[in-house]
Design a protein around this ligand. Structure first.
Ligand code: GLC
Length: 724
């Protein structure tokens, strides 16, 4: 649609201006830190500065926006501009002071909300709620575009089966199908129906590809797997996002089978462009083009520029390798100019699709003021947080009665800043509501104490709190910096001081409810054994405290279900439900696949989550249609409280020419079921979804037995087979 205009514009551009369109800058901070935006991000992520400090610096320190380069037409986009005034000021320079007036593209990490923060993606995935996922993405797009942002580096749909990996917090967990559905609706929510609308925000799906399979769960580590595994388990969520219309995609830091994604032509060109028909923009991860030298795949920055551009990498995010080398590489003929032109065309196409050539200023400070942290957004953040929480255990304590006096122990219950999770760099932390804040706001009687200082538990304080309370709430888990990027952990058990604190709380004799604030599955066998009620709250976002009280006091009946397996111990990682059977599946006999020192089963399985009511499944039936299986099951709400139930449908290819998982999620439905009501839930599973890649990498659906499992989680299912 814009191809003629693109061609005409490219014909007028100098080589430097073309390279400029591929140059993405981050605001450098020349203030107190004399460091770049990326280094400052690093300092925040490794805890050298707090998120609040980072935010203050970003807003106060003098920022260098490389305006001389901008005026010379050498910058095509920015990462990290977070307000309308700055965005419009830079846009004005680009449109009015450069030779060709090509508008800028502003990208930002709007991962789970911009100023109004919704639960971390791993949490929100536990809602299994496509409508909610789309609504929160739409809200994030409204708030972020009001601040001048055009593109978000999201959704992240890296399938993650290893709880040691800190970035498991950022996606939809261990299952391929769930990541596909989560990603596709997030793209729809971010982009809407028409990219020229001022609320539309381009989705840049990431990290392509298989970043979540980092060896040993160690961030940035190598990824090495069979092509069958890559195509069956890791690529489908990215493809689902591209098919849903995502207009950008970010290459992952890791290599795949020895070739870093940033210079991986089979990913960036063969699969993405030729097989999937993608016509949008590829973006490197931060500094990743330059880091190809560290990978040892190129000898120097100049070769990195050449290999990346030729492989199909369009935008160089903040490494400056393209701006330093492309012109010379073209002039000496080592890179064809039409390769450069194709990359530039992709970037210009996005800017045309956004309508930026006609309307370069899509927001102003009035709109930004009006649409930030508004009541409607906070209401949705609260709903999303409650729907993302997972009730893991409840021996007759929850829901609490109105007036119950809470004894709250643990600093995570009183730490606004911890509620946003690791990837909420635009968050307004002061606007966050902690559990203690919510008790104060809602006049819930409570006593609070951190319970420990420098990891030394204060038993006297806990006893004192218990004496004034009816129920104790233990706030345990992780600080937000313990998950997210560059935050892998080699031990995912609770820290000793939290276990001690739990024991002291149990010793008081008062009922104890553990509330987990964390960004990954944790190994909590002791708590699971001893604590009568456990609520997984994750890092729930701006409305954390209010959502927690909604669940604890029963205003909301918990419905969340885990999208990652909770192992007994770190040593079991990676641990996931869609495993193969092996020739000696675990059992009583010595010579079976198991561990000597830990159970084979998880503490909590994939798909698990309790409710204040209970659901009973019956009458599973399968009818073989011409090209699909039609599956029905009856689900009764056998309790006295209305609720929402997430009905899961798994399938097993019982015998194939390559071993297949014991079960694989193939469909799910979330249904409101009133107390006492029975509903019929139906799934239609096309037979062409039952295939796999054979030795020759052909996708085949073979005849034979297929077993369908339908139930409330990956372990409690009814089963029926059909034969194809
Ligand atoms: C980070 C992350 C990526 C993010 C990018 C831009 O290193 O890997 O997910 O989008 O930088 O901030």
């Amino acid at each position: 649609m814009y191809e003629e205009r693109i061609k005409t514009l490219i014909a007028q551009m100098t080589i430097n201006e073309k390279a400029g369109q591929l140059q993405q800058c981050g605001p450098s901070l020349v203030g107190a830190f004399e460091v770049s935006f990326e280094e400052l991000l690093d300092m925040m992520f490794d805890g050298r500065i707090s998120q609040e400090e980072f935010g203050r610096l970003m807003s106060t320190a003098e920022q260098d926006f490389h305006e001389e380069d901008l005026k010379a037409g050498l910058i095509g986009s920015y990462n990290g501009i977070d307000n309308a005034a700055t965005a419009n000021r830079l846009q004005k320079i680009a449109v009015e002071e450069t030779r060709l007036g090509i508008p800028l593209l502003f990208g930002y990490d709007v991962i789970h909300g911009f100023r109004t923060i919704t639960p971390i993606p791993l949490a929100e995935s536990c809602a299994w709620d496509e409508e909610l996922w789309e609504k929160t993405a739409e809200m994030a797009a409204k708030e972020a575009t009001a601040a001048g942002i055009h593109m978000t580096f999201a959704p992240m749909v890296d399938v993650a089966k290893d709880a040691r990996w800190g970035r498991i917090s950022e996606g939809a967990g261990e299952d391929t199908y769930l990541n596909e559905r989560y990603g596709a609706v997030k793209v729809a929510g971010f982009q809407g129906e028409d990219l020229t609308k001022k609320n539309a925000m381009i989705a840049c799906v990431k990290h392509f590809a298989a970043y979540g399979a980092a060896e040993a769960g160690r961030d940035y580590n190598r990824v090495d797997m069979s092509l069958q595994k890559l195509y069956e388990e890791y690529l489908p969520p990215y493809e689902a996002c591209i098919k849903a219309g995502a207009r950008a995609i970010m290459a992952a830091f890791n290599d795949i089978n020895g070739v870093p994604c940033t210079v991986n032509a089979s990913l960036l060109t063969d699969i993405l462009r030729k097989s999937w028909g993608f016509t949008g923009v590829t973006v490197s991860d931060a500094n990743a083009v330059a880091e190809c030298v560290n990978h040892g795949i190129v000898p120097d920055r100049r070769s990195a520029a050449k290999e990346a551009l030729n492989a199909g990498m369009n935008i160089d995010m903040t490494s400056n390798v393209y701006s330093e080398n492309l012109a010379e590489l073209i002039e000496c003929g080592e890179v064809e100019e039409d390769v450069l032109d194709q990359a530039v065309a992709n970037v210009l196409r996005l800017k045309y699709e956004l309508g930026l050539f006609d309307y370069p200023y899509r927001t102003d400070e009035k709109r930004e003021e009006r649409e930030t942290l508004c009541k409607e957004y906070r209401g949705l953040a609260r709903e999303a947080a409650a729907k993302s929480m997972v009730l893991l255990k409840n021996v007759g304590i929850l829901p609490l009665k109105k007036g119950t006096r809470l004894g709250i122990v643990g600093e995570l219950a009183n730490a606004k800043g911890e509620m946003t999770g690791a990837w909420a760099i635009g968050a307004d932390v002061e606007a966050c509501i902690s559990l203690v804040d919510a008790c104060r706001i809602q006049n819930v009687p409570y006593t609070y104490g951190a319970g420990y200082e420098e990891m030394m538990v204060n038993k006297e304080e806990i006893k004192k709190i218990a004496a004034e309370s009816d129920v104790l709430i233990a706030a345990i888990g992780e600080h937000k910096e313990e998950s997210g990027e560059a935050a892998s952990r080699a031990d995912i058990s609770l820290p000793e001081y939290q276990v001690t604190m739990l024991n002291y709380m149990l010793e008081t004799g008062k009922p104890v409810v553990a509330v987990l604030f964390n960004g990954r599955p944790l190994a909590i066998p002791e708590a699971a054994e001893q604590i009568p009620a456990i609520l997984e709250a994750w890092h729930p976002g701006t409305e954390a405290g209010n959502a927690l009280l909604d669940i604890l006091f029963g205003a909301v009946n918990p419905s969340g279900k885990l999208t990652t397996t909770f192992p007994y111990t770190t040593g079991q990682c990676p641990m996931y439900y869609a495993h193969i059977n092996t020739g000696r599946p675990g059992g009583k006999s010595k010579f079976t696949s198991k561990y000597l020192d830990t159970p084979l089963e998880p503490v909590y399985p994939f798909g698990y989550g309790l409710s204040y009511t209970n659901y009973e499944y019956s009458d599973l039936r399968i009818i073989k249609k011409k090209d699909a299986a039609r599956i029905t099951v009856q689900v009764q709400n056998a309790g006295r409280i209305d609720g929402e139930e997430i009905v899961q449908c798994y399938v097993q290819d019982v015998s194939a020419k390559r071993v297949r998982p014991v079960k694989k999620l193939i469909a799910f439905k979330k249904r409101e079921i009133k107390a006492g009501e029975t509903v019929s839930v139906e799934f239609t599973v096309p037979f062409d979804k039952l295939g796999y890649f054979n030795d020759e990498m052909q996708y085949v659906v073979e005849p034979g037995e297929f077993k369908f499992y339908v139930g409330k989680n990956s372990e409690e299912c009814l089963a029926e087979s059909i034969v194809l």
